[in-house]
Design a protein around this ligand. Structure first.
Ligand code: AMP
Length: 421
């Protein structure tokens, strides 16, 4: 076979495609009650959109973007995340012009040139929310709660919220200085990327995928010692509210987020079950005070999160959390000559209009292969149409489960099956 899918991408077919859509449907149901409105943005954007918002030292921007020149020499990038695109859309369309906070959600594919491994793909789907307009610990908690509810609704109950604050800008400034002083004497213990982060953005070192377990990181100064009174108060309110809402959490002083725009609350949901997924991050988010301002827009704070649909799907499959996703066949129509096939097609159409799933045989006129088909498809009802049925205008209907068979006038068949169902 000469054609193969690109490394790090996946095909979803049969039950896998149904699982994907099931997750999407459940998410949409939960999220509707929070008032999130969907935003659908293009799959690619001008590269600057991501460089401006994510920051030019982030892993995403420096290593992971699918960036290309189009035929007009424009630098375009397949979106690696949703937040930047939604912010661009919010500004470009002046969605801030009407009063009130704005709650948005998105669902769709993202692209990152990462090393593919279990739960890490180059094309993957994210569901995410963004709220603009207010800076409030209660709003942060509502956002967290909405993710928690989505997971619970999908049956993923053994999860833990890891949460931290990275403070306001003043706290971060002091902390960055402290981190530089600390890492100055440990540079040879850090990976090359972190050596670079040391000068440009030392907080990023704490978020390094390579160094994260090293003692030098574990022992690094903690942001909690550098928080301003306001930042401390804000975080205390978040934690008190989480307690009240009964959301299990753990404060992780080393949790920082890989993107430049975060301030104050940052969080992750991880799997807290004794299985192969233990510790796996399924959702990440936080607050950002000035992303919109940095982007050239008004001074509007935001908060949001994103989670990976494929990871959720893998966990749900492994833990048997999907309901039966079979599309059970209501009716199979067996037809015994060409004219009966046309009658079958017409009847199938009428039954489908009534919301029933109907199949028929398009090729065979004899009974044997059609009953074989019935064995394979396992319909609830079989309708048989042959020459004599057509002439008398009465079709044979078999109730497969109850092993009953009756002849019914053609025009009464739809109501008969509808009532039975
Ligand atoms: P991030 O946008 O990096 O904060 O990631 C948010 C969530 O998206 C993670 O917790 C994962 O569930 C998911 N995710 C991120 N990168 C990938 C990837 N390469 N493949 C699959 N899921 C991913």
């Amino acid at each position: 076979m000469s054609y193969q899918k690109v490394k790090g991408t996946q095909d979803f077919y049969n039950v896998e495609a149904k699982k994907f859509r099931y997750i999407e449907k459940e998410i949409r149901q939960v999220i509707a009650n929070y008032g999130f409105e969907e935003v659908i943005t293009p799959i690619f954007e001008n590269t600057d959109v991501f460089v401006r918002t994510s920051g030019d030292t982030s892993d995403i921007v420096t290593k992971e973007m699918y960036t290309f020149l189009d035929k007009g020499d424009r630098s375009l990038t397949l979106r690696p995340e949703g937040t930047a695109s939604i912010a661009r859309c919010f500004l470009e369309n002046k969605l801030y012009a009407t009063p009130g906070i704005k709650k948005y959600f998105y669902f769709g594919p993202m692209f990152r040139y990462e090393r593919p491994q279990a739960g890490r793909y180059r094309e993957f789907n994210q569901f995410g929310v963004e709220i603009y307009g207010e800076s409030s610990p209660y709003l942060d908690c509502e956002v967290i709660l909405s993710a928690y509810k989505v997971f619970n609704n999908l049956g993923i109950k053994k999860i833990k919220l890891k949460i931290n604050t990275i403070g306001d800008f003043e706290s971060r400034k002091q902390y960055a200085i402290a981190l530089q002083n600390y890492f100055k004497n440990h540079l040879d213990e850090l990976c090359d990327d972190c050596k670079n982060r040391y000068t440009k953005n030392p907080m990023r070192i704490l978020d390094c995928k390579v160094d994260s377990k090293k003692e030098v990181l574990v022992n690094a100064p903690k942001i909690s010692d550098f928080l301003t009174i306001e930042a401390k108060e804000y975080f205390k309110n978040v934690i008190d509210t989480l307690k009240y809402l009964n959301i299990p959490y753990e404060i992780d002083p080393n949790l920082v987020r890989g993107l430049d725009y975060y301030t104050d609350t940052v969080f992750e949901f991880i799997i807290d079950d004794d299985n192969e997924f233990k510790g796996l991050a399924i959702c990440a988010g936080g607050r950002y005070a000035d992303m919109i301002k940095n982007f050239g827009g008004p001074d509007i704070p935001g908060v949001g999160y994103a989670f990976g649909v494929e990871r959720v799907m893998n966990i749900m499959t492994s833990e048997n959390l999907f309901p039966s996703l079979n599309n059970d066949l209501d009716v199979l129509i067996i037809s015994l000559d060409d004219e009966s096939k046309i009658a079958a097609l017409k009847l199938a159409d009428e039954l489908r209009d009534e919301g029933m799933y109907v199949e028929m045989d398009y090729k065979n006129n004899s009974l044997k292969p059609q009953f074989k088909l019935a064995d394979r498809l396992n319909p609830q009802y079989i309708i048989i149409i042959g020459e004599s049925e057509r002439q008398t205008n009465t079709y044979t209907v078999k109730d497969v489960q109850n092993k009953q068979e009756i002849k019914i006038a053609k025009e009464k068949i739809i109501n008969f099956i509808k009532e039975k169902k």
